[in-house]
Design a protein around this ligand. Structure first.
Ligand SMILES: [Mg+2]
Length: 284
Protein backbone atom coordinates (compact mmCIF):
# COMPACT_ATOMS: atom_id res chain seq x y z
CA UNK A 1 0.00 0.00 0.00
CA UNK A 2 1.22 3.46 -0.81
CA UNK A 3 2.13 5.59 2.16
CA UNK A 4 3.04 8.65 0.12
CA UNK A 5 1.30 11.66 1.63
CA UNK A 6 0.46 13.01 -1.80
CA UNK A 7 -1.30 9.76 -2.60
CA UNK A 8 -3.62 9.46 0.37
CA UNK A 9 -7.09 8.28 -0.52
CA UNK A 10 -9.77 10.83 0.28
CA UNK A 11 -13.12 10.33 -1.42
CA UNK A 12 -13.96 14.01 -1.58
CA UNK A 13 -13.45 16.92 -3.91
CA UNK A 14 -13.44 20.43 -2.44
CA UNK A 15 -14.58 23.33 -4.63
CA UNK A 16 -13.58 26.72 -3.24
CA UNK A 17 -15.17 29.88 -4.63
CA UNK A 18 -14.42 33.55 -4.22
CA UNK A 19 -17.62 35.65 -4.08
CA UNK A 20 -17.34 39.22 -5.43
CA UNK A 21 -17.14 39.21 -9.23
CA UNK A 22 -16.93 35.42 -9.18
CA UNK A 23 -20.42 34.22 -8.15
CA UNK A 24 -22.07 37.62 -8.39
CA UNK A 25 -21.33 41.32 -8.77
CA UNK A 26 -19.34 43.32 -6.21
CA UNK A 27 -21.23 42.99 -2.91
CA UNK A 28 -20.77 46.45 -1.42
CA UNK A 29 -21.46 48.35 -4.64
CA UNK A 30 -24.58 46.29 -5.37
CA UNK A 31 -25.78 46.82 -1.77
CA UNK A 32 -25.23 50.59 -1.94
CA UNK A 33 -26.98 50.77 -5.33
CA UNK A 34 -29.89 48.83 -3.81
CA UNK A 35 -30.12 51.28 -0.88
CA UNK A 36 -29.72 54.31 -3.16
CA UNK A 37 -26.50 55.44 -1.45
CA UNK A 38 -23.85 56.81 -3.83
CA UNK A 39 -21.13 54.18 -3.96
CA UNK A 40 -18.60 56.43 -5.73
CA UNK A 41 -18.20 58.60 -2.59
CA UNK A 42 -17.63 55.52 -0.45
CA UNK A 43 -15.14 54.10 -2.97
CA UNK A 44 -13.24 57.40 -3.15
CA UNK A 45 -12.92 57.55 0.63
CA UNK A 46 -11.84 53.94 0.73
CA UNK A 47 -9.15 54.68 -1.81
CA UNK A 48 -8.00 57.70 0.19
CA UNK A 49 -7.65 55.54 3.31
CA UNK A 50 -5.55 53.07 1.37
CA UNK A 51 -3.27 55.90 0.29
CA UNK A 52 -2.98 56.68 4.00
CA UNK A 53 -1.80 53.08 4.51
CA UNK A 54 -4.98 51.68 6.02
CA UNK A 55 -5.44 48.00 5.35
CA UNK A 56 -8.32 47.63 2.92
CA UNK A 57 -10.74 45.50 5.00
CA UNK A 58 -10.18 47.63 8.11
CA UNK A 59 -10.73 50.85 6.17
CA UNK A 60 -13.88 49.39 4.71
CA UNK A 61 -15.25 48.27 8.08
CA UNK A 62 -14.51 51.66 9.60
CA UNK A 63 -16.29 53.49 6.78
CA UNK A 64 -19.25 51.13 7.08
CA UNK A 65 -19.33 51.93 10.80
CA UNK A 66 -19.44 55.65 10.03
CA UNK A 67 -22.12 55.29 7.34
CA UNK A 68 -24.28 53.03 9.49
CA UNK A 69 -24.21 55.53 12.37
CA UNK A 70 -25.58 58.38 10.24
CA UNK A 71 -29.09 59.43 11.18
CA UNK A 72 -31.68 56.99 9.82
CA UNK A 73 -28.98 55.08 7.97
CA UNK A 74 -30.36 52.04 6.12
CA UNK A 75 -27.00 50.28 6.56
CA UNK A 76 -27.75 47.64 9.20
CA UNK A 77 -27.22 43.96 9.74
CA UNK A 78 -30.91 43.42 9.02
CA UNK A 79 -30.83 45.19 5.66
CA UNK A 80 -27.62 43.35 4.69
CA UNK A 81 -29.23 40.02 5.48
CA UNK A 82 -32.47 40.95 3.68
CA UNK A 83 -30.49 42.10 0.65
CA UNK A 84 -28.37 38.93 0.77
CA UNK A 85 -31.50 36.80 0.45
CA UNK A 86 -32.26 38.39 -2.93
CA UNK A 87 -28.68 38.98 -4.03
CA UNK A 88 -28.43 38.90 -7.85
CA UNK A 89 -25.99 36.04 -8.48
CA UNK A 90 -24.58 35.39 -11.95
CA UNK A 91 -26.75 33.21 -14.26
CA UNK A 92 -27.05 29.62 -13.10
CA UNK A 93 -25.06 30.14 -9.88
CA UNK A 94 -28.09 29.16 -7.77
CA UNK A 95 -28.24 25.80 -9.61
CA UNK A 96 -24.52 25.06 -9.52
CA UNK A 97 -24.34 22.97 -6.35
CA UNK A 98 -27.18 20.67 -7.43
CA UNK A 99 -25.89 20.45 -10.99
CA UNK A 100 -22.35 19.43 -10.03
CA UNK A 101 -23.40 17.13 -7.19
CA UNK A 102 -25.68 15.26 -9.55
CA UNK A 103 -22.94 15.09 -12.16
CA UNK A 104 -20.44 13.64 -9.68
CA UNK A 105 -22.96 11.20 -8.16
CA UNK A 106 -23.76 9.82 -11.63
CA UNK A 107 -20.06 9.02 -12.04
CA UNK A 108 -19.23 7.77 -8.57
CA UNK A 109 -21.75 7.76 -5.76
CA UNK A 110 -19.07 7.50 -3.06
CA UNK A 111 -17.26 10.71 -4.01
CA UNK A 112 -18.54 13.68 -2.07
CA UNK A 113 -18.37 17.22 -3.40
CA UNK A 114 -17.87 19.91 -0.81
CA UNK A 115 -18.52 23.58 -1.59
CA UNK A 116 -16.61 26.27 0.29
CA UNK A 117 -17.00 30.04 -0.01
CA UNK A 118 -13.86 32.01 0.76
CA UNK A 119 -14.31 35.76 0.43
CA UNK A 120 -11.92 38.52 1.42
CA UNK A 121 -15.01 40.72 1.75
CA UNK A 122 -17.39 40.71 4.73
CA UNK A 123 -19.57 37.65 4.70
CA UNK A 124 -22.89 39.01 6.04
CA UNK A 125 -24.43 39.44 2.57
CA UNK A 126 -22.94 36.32 0.86
CA UNK A 127 -23.86 34.16 3.86
CA UNK A 128 -27.52 35.23 3.57
CA UNK A 129 -27.60 34.50 -0.16
CA UNK A 130 -28.58 31.24 -1.84
CA UNK A 131 -24.86 30.39 -1.82
CA UNK A 132 -24.76 30.69 1.96
CA UNK A 133 -27.61 28.20 2.20
CA UNK A 134 -26.24 25.74 -0.33
CA UNK A 135 -22.52 25.82 0.37
CA UNK A 136 -21.11 23.57 3.09
CA UNK A 137 -18.90 26.25 4.61
CA UNK A 138 -18.61 30.03 4.36
CA UNK A 139 -15.43 31.87 5.35
CA UNK A 140 -15.01 35.61 5.08
CA UNK A 141 -14.43 38.81 6.94
CA UNK A 142 -16.91 39.42 9.76
CA UNK A 143 -18.45 42.62 11.09
CA UNK A 144 -19.40 43.34 14.68
CA UNK A 145 -22.82 45.00 15.09
CA UNK A 146 -24.44 46.80 18.02
CA UNK A 147 -27.87 45.86 19.38
CA UNK A 148 -29.53 48.12 16.79
CA UNK A 149 -27.67 46.32 14.01
CA UNK A 150 -25.29 49.18 13.28
CA UNK A 151 -21.72 48.32 12.29
CA UNK A 152 -19.24 48.75 15.15
CA UNK A 153 -16.04 47.31 13.71
CA UNK A 154 -14.50 44.35 11.94
CA UNK A 155 -14.18 41.26 14.12
CA UNK A 156 -12.36 39.17 11.52
CA UNK A 157 -10.61 40.14 8.32
CA UNK A 158 -9.36 37.92 5.55
CA UNK A 159 -6.94 39.59 3.15
CA UNK A 160 -6.17 38.24 -0.29
CA UNK A 161 -2.91 36.76 0.97
CA UNK A 162 -4.69 35.22 3.97
CA UNK A 163 -6.71 33.19 1.49
CA UNK A 164 -3.64 31.06 0.84
CA UNK A 165 -3.42 30.18 4.55
CA UNK A 166 -7.10 29.28 4.61
CA UNK A 167 -6.73 27.02 1.58
CA UNK A 168 -3.63 25.30 2.96
CA UNK A 169 -5.19 24.81 6.38
CA UNK A 170 -8.42 23.55 4.85
CA UNK A 171 -6.38 20.92 2.99
CA UNK A 172 -4.62 20.02 6.24
CA UNK A 173 -7.94 19.69 8.02
CA UNK A 174 -7.25 22.39 10.62
CA UNK A 175 -9.91 24.48 12.34
CA UNK A 176 -10.28 27.53 10.10
CA UNK A 177 -11.85 29.62 12.83
CA UNK A 178 -8.30 29.69 14.17
CA UNK A 179 -6.59 30.27 10.83
CA UNK A 180 -4.30 33.00 12.15
CA UNK A 181 -3.54 31.39 15.52
CA UNK A 182 -0.10 30.03 16.35
CA UNK A 183 -1.45 26.53 16.86
CA UNK A 184 -2.43 26.44 13.19
CA UNK A 185 0.67 28.06 11.77
CA UNK A 186 3.38 26.40 13.87
CA UNK A 187 1.86 23.01 14.39
CA UNK A 188 3.80 20.03 13.05
CA UNK A 189 1.29 18.66 10.65
CA UNK A 190 1.56 15.15 9.27
CA UNK A 191 0.39 15.28 5.64
CA UNK A 192 -0.94 11.74 6.03
CA UNK A 193 -3.74 13.31 8.07
CA UNK A 194 -4.70 15.78 5.34
CA UNK A 195 -8.41 16.36 4.91
CA UNK A 196 -8.11 16.40 1.13
CA UNK A 197 -5.15 16.35 -1.28
CA UNK A 198 -4.59 19.68 -3.07
CA UNK A 199 -4.96 17.65 -6.28
CA UNK A 200 -8.67 17.29 -5.38
CA UNK A 201 -9.22 21.02 -4.88
CA UNK A 202 -10.81 23.36 -7.42
CA UNK A 203 -10.45 27.11 -6.86
CA UNK A 204 -12.62 29.61 -8.72
CA UNK A 205 -11.78 33.31 -8.46
CA UNK A 206 -11.89 36.41 -10.57
CA UNK A 207 -8.64 38.18 -10.93
CA UNK A 208 -5.38 39.53 -9.71
CA UNK A 209 -6.53 39.41 -6.07
CA UNK A 210 -6.90 35.63 -6.39
CA UNK A 211 -3.49 35.13 -7.94
CA UNK A 212 -1.81 33.65 -4.85
CA UNK A 213 -4.74 31.29 -4.36
CA UNK A 214 -4.60 30.18 -8.01
CA UNK A 215 -0.92 29.50 -7.63
CA UNK A 216 -1.05 27.45 -4.44
CA UNK A 217 -3.86 25.28 -5.81
CA UNK A 218 -2.22 24.72 -9.21
CA UNK A 219 1.20 24.02 -7.69
CA UNK A 220 -0.41 21.31 -5.58
CA UNK A 221 -1.96 19.69 -8.65
CA UNK A 222 -5.44 21.16 -8.20
CA UNK A 223 -7.40 23.14 -10.77
CA UNK A 224 -7.72 26.93 -10.77
CA UNK A 225 -10.43 28.59 -12.81
CA UNK A 226 -10.38 32.34 -13.38
CA UNK A 227 -13.60 34.18 -14.08
CA UNK A 228 -13.44 36.63 -16.93
CA UNK A 229 -15.45 39.62 -15.68
CA UNK A 230 -18.49 40.35 -17.85
CA UNK A 231 -16.97 38.60 -20.83
CA UNK A 232 -14.35 41.35 -21.23
CA UNK A 233 -10.69 40.76 -21.68
CA UNK A 234 -9.15 40.33 -18.30
CA UNK A 235 -6.96 43.42 -18.23
CA UNK A 236 -4.42 41.99 -15.81
CA UNK A 237 -4.23 38.61 -17.41
CA UNK A 238 -1.96 39.46 -20.30
CA UNK A 239 0.40 41.35 -18.01
CA UNK A 240 0.76 38.39 -15.74
CA UNK A 241 3.91 36.30 -15.91
CA UNK A 242 3.33 33.06 -17.78
CA UNK A 243 3.96 30.95 -14.69
CA UNK A 244 1.17 32.72 -12.84
CA UNK A 245 -1.47 32.32 -15.48
CA UNK A 246 -4.20 29.84 -14.81
CA UNK A 247 -5.20 27.16 -17.25
CA UNK A 248 -8.81 28.14 -17.46
CA UNK A 249 -10.31 31.56 -18.05
CA UNK A 250 -14.08 31.49 -18.40
CA UNK A 251 -17.04 33.88 -18.53
CA UNK A 252 -19.21 34.21 -15.41
CA UNK A 253 -21.95 31.92 -16.69
CA UNK A 254 -22.90 28.98 -14.46
CA UNK A 255 -25.70 27.63 -16.63
CA UNK A 256 -25.40 23.93 -17.32
CA UNK A 257 -24.22 24.17 -20.94
CA UNK A 258 -21.70 26.98 -20.34
CA UNK A 259 -17.96 26.63 -20.89
CA UNK A 260 -17.42 27.34 -17.19
CA UNK A 261 -19.62 24.45 -16.05
CA UNK A 262 -18.01 22.19 -18.68
CA UNK A 263 -14.62 23.13 -17.24
CA UNK A 264 -15.76 22.33 -13.70
CA UNK A 265 -17.17 18.99 -14.87
CA UNK A 266 -13.86 18.10 -16.55
CA UNK A 267 -12.01 18.95 -13.35
CA UNK A 268 -14.42 16.68 -11.43
CA UNK A 269 -13.90 13.87 -14.01
CA UNK A 270 -10.15 14.15 -13.58
CA UNK A 271 -10.38 14.09 -9.79
CA UNK A 272 -12.80 11.17 -9.73
CA UNK A 273 -10.41 9.23 -11.99
CA UNK A 274 -7.62 10.03 -9.54
CA UNK A 275 -9.69 8.76 -6.61
CA UNK A 276 -10.52 5.53 -8.50
CA UNK A 277 -6.84 4.97 -9.21
CA UNK A 278 -5.95 5.48 -5.56
CA UNK A 279 -8.69 3.06 -4.54
CA UNK A 280 -7.10 0.36 -6.71
CA UNK A 281 -3.74 1.06 -5.05
CA UNK A 282 -5.30 0.92 -1.60
CA UNK A 283 -6.73 -2.55 -2.34
CA UNK A 284 -3.30 -4.06 -3.02
MG1 LIG B 1 -13.43 38.57 -6.30
Amino acid sequence: MSTSATRILRERIVLIFDFDDTLGPSTTKTYFDHLGIPYADFAARLEKRQEDMWQYPLAKADLLREYSHREDSPITRKSMEAFGRKFPLFPGADQLVDCLKKYAADRDEDVRLEFVLLTAGFKTIPESSVIGEQFDRVYGGELEFDHDGRVLSARRVISHVDKVHYIKQLVEGLDLDKASELENTYIDHDPKNNYVPMAQVVYVGDGSSDMSAFQVVENGGGVAVAINPEGDDWENYNNMSRGRRVHNLEDADYREDSDLVQTLKLAIDMMIARIKLLRLGADD
